[in-house]
Design a binder for this molecule. Structure first.
Ligand SMILES: Cc1ncc(COP(=O)(O)O)c(C=O)c1O
Length: 376
């Protein structure tokens, strides 16, 4: 699914034409090139149906880099950061490195438990930041409802904390049941400067690009772009931004035949493929483990699946490794913030075709049988 041909086309257009701009190789503006931000804002607007202003965007080196930078800007060592429980497992390492205390909030079918959040805040415990993956959450696939997003921003305003919204899966919406594409958390900020949304090209073009964006109030964009790192380095990933810019540009066709930029047809292809993979994996899980409840997500990469018989996924992984078993899954506990998620596994459907996913589910079934037999 990594679009080598499209990247090659974009590189050709950007670097091999007589108009190639050599300054794209120089230190750039700390926010990223203005023309790139204009095309990025149009892309986000098309794909999320939410108005997105170029003044509220800057180029980033992907969400991992911004998780670190924003956390360091907002928090100091020992501060409390709230997060969904479970959460994106590699973010935990970044927070540990900054030295903040992570406190988990329960997940519900419509996202984090806002009542629990409010009760926590009412205790008077100071919270510096809420880290959320609100759209097609990693690992559960759940999305935070718009009513909850609005409420969380109200709470952030009342209790004076920042929301760092990790939107790595924002535009990977598969559209089940005629549902609308989700909007960025920043859409609910309404000028209060509480929400910093971070988005990434990693899941739609390729993580090797190290390219993403920040969508936040103009004053936050100013503050982040004035950080010594983008100031000294001339913005984030200028080569990657220049190299894929062609994919975000409207093709120069006759005005009678307006066409969307190449990234849209690529994204449509990804969405169709991932939708089929998600259905194939869900169908295989339902057929193989009848009666086991799990959410079939409407976007993103993951299914959060409870193992039958309350099997502990860490033990199952240990057993699987001990017999060199050819199956990959992430044990739920790796994603835990406050509580444990022993019987859960995170299954990613993005990487495998439908046949491989079906085979993967029978492998899982057989692994569980072998594991149970080994216990008797
Ligand atoms: C929730 C979440 N945030 C961040 C990342 C990493 O993003 P990036 O490649 O933009 O650094 C991932 C990748 O799996 C992710 O799932």
């Amino acid at each position: 699914m990594l679009p080598v041909g499209r990247i090659a086309d974009a590189l050709q257009q950007q670097w091999c034409s007589p108009e190639a701009d050599p300054f794209a190789l120089a230190y750039g503006s700390a926010k990223g090139p203005a023309s790139f931000l204009a095309d990025l804002s149009a892309f986000l607007q098309r794909r999320t149906q939410a108005p997105t202003s170029p003044n509220e965007l800057m180029v980033s080196n992907g969400n991992s880099g911004m998780l670190d930078l924003v956390t360091r800007m907002v928090c100091k060592r020992g501060d409390t950061v709230l997060a969904e429980d479970p959460t994106y497992f590699l973010a935990k390492g970044i927070f540990a490195d900054v030295g903040v205390q992570l406190v988990g909030l329960r997940m519900q079918p419509d996202g984090l438990d806002v009542e629990q959040l409010e009760q926590y805040l009412q205790t008077g415990q100071k919270v510096s930041m809420l880290y959320s993956v609100p759209i097609y959450h990693n690992p559960t696939g759940i999305s935070l409802s718009s009513a909850k997003m609005a409420k969380v921003v109200d709470l952030a305003e009342k209790y004076n904390f920042v929301i760092l919204s990790d939107e790595a899966y924002l535009v990977l919406h598969y559209g089940g049941g005629g549902s609308l594409p989700p909007k960025s958390f920043f859409e609910y900020d309404k000028g209060r400067g509480r929400v910093i949304s971070i988005g990434s090209f990693s899941k739609i073009l390729g993580p090797g690009l190290r390219l993403g964006w920040v969508n936040a109030s103009a004053s936050w964009i100013q503050r982040i772009s004035e950080h010594p790192i983008p100031e000294s380095g001339g913005g984030y990933s200028p080569f990657a931004a220049a190299s894929i810019h062609f994919l975000l540009k409207q093709p120069k066709l006759a005005p009678s035949a307006p066409a969307l930029p190449p990234i849209d047809s690529h994204l449509d292809h990804l969405i169709n493929t991932y939708r089929s993979r998600c259905s194939a994996l869900s169908a295989a899980l339902r057929a193989t483990f009848p009666g086991t409840p799990f959410l079939e997500p409407q976007g993103g990469y993951f299914i959060w699946f409870p193992l039958p018989h309350d099997i502990n996924a860490d033990d199952l992984l240990k057993f699987s490794r001990s017999i060199n078993y050819p199956l990959k899954f992430l044990p739920g506990n790796w994603c835990g913030t406050t509580s444990t998620h022993g019987p859960y596994i995170r299954l990613a459907f993005s990487f495998y075709n439908e046949q491989e996913l079906k085979e993967g589910v029978s492998l899982l079934h057989s692994l569980i049988s072998q594991y149970q037999a080994s216990k008797q």
